[in-house]
Design a protein around this ligand. Structure first.
Ligand code: 9D3
Length: 235
């Protein structure tokens, strides 16, 4: 897969992309990530990329021209046109299902914005999908773009090595994971649940499932409702 990122802050991406799974996936040519600075495509002597909103109101709006020119420049570097994803607070909520869909693309072009938002003609003209990572206010689309990259790249064939299985327990059947423990058996007086030391694998599996059910019910009523619904439909 090739992932292009169009941003005003190329340097923000460099560290997160240079560790662990994302680093190795690039070294192994599982993914090629190309960062482009939208400001390089500004045409005036101030390198302006934003302007005041028509109709008035606070803040500035990302201009069409530098974004379109930047996109056309990166498009010309590869035969695959790519799916354009615009990170914005009004976008479709990003989830594991979206990550799996995006991981099947040959090329993604992520556009991270600053200021109040993008000129609407950017979304329309580029036929972009819009994605939000949740209902909280961030300072720009860069961290959301990194979240999307991380979630998508770890799903690519070969990206995980033996570190973990891509078939994540959490989300695959709609329940949260069971609690994990490692040595020591007693940490400052808090002991590992004795069942995990019993060697009885059937009992351990049963305990873990019970924990998953309890945790999901307690922490995620939204997932719990969906789980019950699915179970009842299947029967
Ligand atoms: C007061 C109106 N705000 C819109 C909800 C203005 C505004 C806030 C934050 C405009 C842009 C931003 C910057 N955020 C993003 O670009 C962004 C984002 C986010 O803030 N939260 C969750 N997902 C995303 S994806 C892009």
């Amino acid at each position: 897969m090739r992932i292009d990122v169009l941003t005003l802050f190329v340097e923000m991406f460099e560290s997160p992309l240079s560790y662990s799974i994302l680093k190795r996936a690039q070294q192994q040519n599982i993914v090629k990530i190309v960062l482009s600075n939208i400001r390089d495509f500004a045409t005036d002597s101030y390198h302006k990329v934003d302007d005041t909103p028509y109709g008035g109101g606070p803040g500035m709006v990302m201009m069409c021209q530098p974004v379109f020119d930047c996109l056309e420049h990166v498009r010309s570097q590869d035969a695959e046109p790519g799916k354009v994803v615009l990170l914005c607070p009004q976008g479709k909520p990003f989830d594991q299902q979206t990550a799996m869909e995006l991981s099947r693309e040959k090329r993604l072009i992520l556009i991270a914005g600053r200021y109040e938002g993008f000129d609407e003609r950017i979304r329309e003209g580029l036929n972009a999908e819009t994605v939000s990572i949740g209902d909280y206010v961030l300072s720009g689309g860069e961290l959301p773009a990194m979240v999307v990259i991380d979630a998508v790249v770890r799903l690519l064939e070969g990206a995980l090595g033996d570190e973990q299985s891509a078939q994540d327990e959490s989300f695959s059947d709609g329940l949260l994971e069971y609690p994990h423990y490692t040595r020591p058996e007693d940490f400052r007086g808090t002991k590992v649940p004795p069942i995990l030391l019993s060697g009885n694998h059937a009992k351990i599996a049963e305990w873990r499932m019970q924990q998953r059910l309890e945790r999901t019910q307690r922490q995620r009523p939204d997932l719990w409702a969906k789980y019950l619904e699915r179970k009842n439909v299947k029967k």
